[in-house]
Design a protein around this ligand. Structure first.
Ligand code: BF8
Ligand code: SF4
Length: 671
């Protein structure tokens, strides 16, 4: 039965994707004017991801639909019309489900790597072995400690941090079935009950990732539903790891507050030592930005006006949010700044770093500097970052960039003159501060009231990457403009926030240009109420940070749910990843659904080879969790689908509230 349904879907997906590819594929798949300028100038001479995407066509439809299994050495086994099962007898649905949950584990593993590094550094710091780090935000430490149920009175900061750290370590590695603290204290009560009922409470981050790898080994779990529940448990473990990373980063480096800077290639200055920090981990990038300020004299001695740090991907988001460091570019165009001839060093840590940067740098003077023992690129410089000598390592990195500048000095560079003003720095705390200027007693009510009155249609979290399967930055831009026009309050993280920054959608001019009347009046009300403390007016899209900071966006949803006294599936709040790419994005999407969000994905994930798995994602998930996926590659149709999802929730919430008032009963718990 399964294979018959599968074949029909498989045929449709193959036909559709092939004809779409034929229509669209060339090596200028971007709407970013700076990226286009560099690509035009290069005309395919130096190979980039845009060229490799063309060469890669047509891509394998077995992989694309998730029906290729390479889990054991008898494979690869592919589900075809001739064979509806792998050699071991695994059905298509088992293969698709296994591939999906392994991808979730990959995403969770990457985020865990990030937060484990934070935990490790703090533990070294507490033992006096990481002298360059300290507590930047003791208030956040106290807020986190209180939320975790720790008593804070009479304790000094280091003592309290030690206690928070113990709880973080337990959430990472404990084997008992007590709830994880970072889940229990950040979701509404009904969600925890739901997780118990479905048996998807993670024991801990590491345990769950390890469980999923065992469960998906050859010859273990063949039940696709059971596999998917384990996948959702892993997605929750991912959420825990991400939330720990956000909290610990805020404690160490400060909780973001509004900050204004610029974005896109035009932020490079030919007369300065240009350094891009790229990757995800703020432990190194924060140090580089701080040390760069102290090394101005060395740069001047080399003939430069100073040192300019810029960000790519999420480590860029981290230093943008906390230090106001300009955004150079986002994931897909990461190779291109090197081709301007103006970038002296690209310092990378972990995740989303294309190995291709090295080959591009070979044609230029740019130093590619890897910094993590488990993330190297052959042929690059490697300066191993260590917690005990963080400043010293940052100095080494910057010295290498200064050397590269000396080599470049006097030579022509070609920087596209494209840059846009950006106002970022909207942690949950910063948003609540803005709302508190309107309603000091109950800040979140400012947002929920605006939705109840119809001024706003809901909230959307724009998250995720870039992906050459759609046009770079086009899906992001179209979805942002479409939702803004329809009065949706937009929060954002990751590379879609990068698009908004680069494309001029993250400043006050964009509010004037693209916001519908309701959204405009809401933002202007906040501007007016906060005019004494805001240096710049508020933007169209509120940047909440890097991808781990999707935890902040979920905190906002939890606050809204608590204000209404409902579980999260009743809240008019959706997520959208118009250009999703990484395993991390898959994992985040899965926890968004499990935590109750309608979740749009603009690139169809590799699950369409099984009608069963696809159906669970699109429909059955809603019955169980209230959240569900929407696959839609057309950005305009995506806007319609997201708006429908918000409207359905707003309408139901209104009807349920009216009924509760009329009959003097509690609000219906259904969604
Ligand atoms: O963690 S959005 S391409 S940079 S995975 Fe990567 Fe995707 Fe960008 Fe950030 Ni998130
Ligand atoms: Fe093939 Fe089964 Fe091995 Fe997968 S686990 S490669 S389906 S034999």
């Amino acid at each position: 039965m399964q294979s018959g349904v599968y074949c029909k879907i498989f045929k449709e997906v193959s036909k559709e994707s092939m004809s779409d590819e034929k229509k669209k594929v060339d090596n200028k798949r971007t709407i970013d004017p700076a990226a286009l300028t560099v690509l035009d100038r290069n005309d395919g001479q130096i190979e980039t991801a845009y060229d490799r995407y063309v060469k890669m066509q047509p891509q394998c439809n077995f992989g694309r639909t998730g029906v290729c299994c390479r889990i054991c050495l008898q494979g690869p086994c592919r589900i075809t019309r001739k064979s509806s099962k792998g050699i071991c007898g695994a059905h298509g649905y088992t293969i698709v489900a296994r591939n999906l949950v392994r991808a979730i584990a990959g995403g969770a593993g990457a985020h865990a790597d990030h937060s484990r590094h934070m935990i490790y550094t703090i533990s070294e710091m507490l033992e006096g072995k990481a002298p360059d780090y300290g507590i930047e935000d003791p208030d956040k430490l106290r807020r986190v400690a209180e939320r975790l149920g720790l008593s804070v009175d009479g304790k000094d900061d280091l003592e309290l941090l030690g206690e928070v750290l113990k709880l973080a370590e337990a959430d990472f590695s404990k084997m008992d079935s007590k709830p994880c603290k970072w889940l229990e204290t950040t979701v509404v009560e009904d969600r925890m009950k739901k997780f118990d009922d479905c048996n998807i409470q993670p024991r801990s981050v590491h345990t769950t990732i390890s469980e999923v790898m065992g469960q998906t080994h050859m010859g273990v779990d063949a039940d696709p539903v059971n596999l998917i529940f384990q996948g959702l448990k892993t997605a929750l473990a991912d959420y825990i790891g991400m939330h720990i990373a956000t909290d610990l980063s805020d404690i160490l480096f400060g909780t973001p507050q509004p900050v204004t800077t610029e974005a896109n290639f035009g932020v490079m200055d030919p007369d300065m030592v240009n350094i891009a920090v790229h990757g995800h981990n703020p432990l190194l990038s924060e140090m580089i930005v701080r040390v760069a300020r102290d090394m101005k004299a060395e740069a001047e001695a080399a003939g430069a006006k100073g040192i300019k740090c810029m960000g790519i991907c999420c480590t860029g988001n981290e230093v943008l949010m906390r230090q106001g460091v300009p955004v150079l570019t986002n994931f897909l165009s990461q190779e291109l700044p090197i081709m301007t001839g103006a970038l002296d060093a690209m310092v990378v840590d972990v995740q989303c770093i294309m190995p291709g940067i090295r080959a591009v740098a070979e044609c230029h003077h740019t130093r590619i500097i890897t910094t993590m023992s488990h993330s190297k690129i052959p042929g690059s410089y490697h300066i191993e970052f260590t917690e005990d000598r963080a400043v010293e390592k940052a100095r080494e990195v910057i010295s290498l960039a200064i050397e590269a500048f000396k080599e470049r000095k006097g030579k022509p560079v070609d920087i596209p003159e494209v840059k846009n003003k950006v106002t970022a720095g909207f942690s949950t705390e910063a948003l609540l501060d803005l709302f508190a200027a309107v309603n000091p007693d109950n800040p979140i009510k400012v947002l929920t009231d605006a939705i109840e009155s119809g001024q706003l249609r809901g909230v959307v979290l724009l998250a995720g990457c870039n992906n050459l399967r759609v046009i770079h930055d086009e899906s992001h831009s179209t979805v942002i403009k479409g939702l803004a026009q329809n009065n949706v309050f937009l929060v954002s993280t990751g590379c879609v926030a990068g698009t908004a920054a680069k494309m001029g959608l993250m400043n006050e001019e964009a509010v004037e240009k693209y916001a519908g009347e309701g959204l405009k009046s809401f933002i202007n009300m906040l501007n007016e109420a906060n005019k004494d403390k805001l240096k710049e007016k508020l933007p169209l899209v509120f940047h909440m940070g890097s991808c781990v900071d999707n935890s902040r966006a979920y905190n906002l949803m939890t606050l809204m749910a608590n204000q209404w006294g409902v579980d999260t599936p009743k809240v008019p709040y959706a997520a959208s990843a118009p250009e999703a790419m990484s395993e991390k994005a898959i994992s985040i999407g899965c926890w968004c659904v499990t935590l109750g969000m309608p979740t749009h994905v603009g690139v169809v994930p590799e699950v369409t080879g099984s009608a069963l798995v696809n159906g669970i994602a699109l429909q059955i998930a809603e019955d169980v969790y209230g959240g569900y996926f929407m696959w839609e590659e057309d950005p305009e149709k995506s806007v319609e689908k997201i708006l429908n999802a918000l409207d359905e929730r707003t309408w139901k919430l209104r009807v349920h509230k009216q009924a509760a008032e009329k009959y003097e009963t509690a609000l219906s718990a259904t969604w």
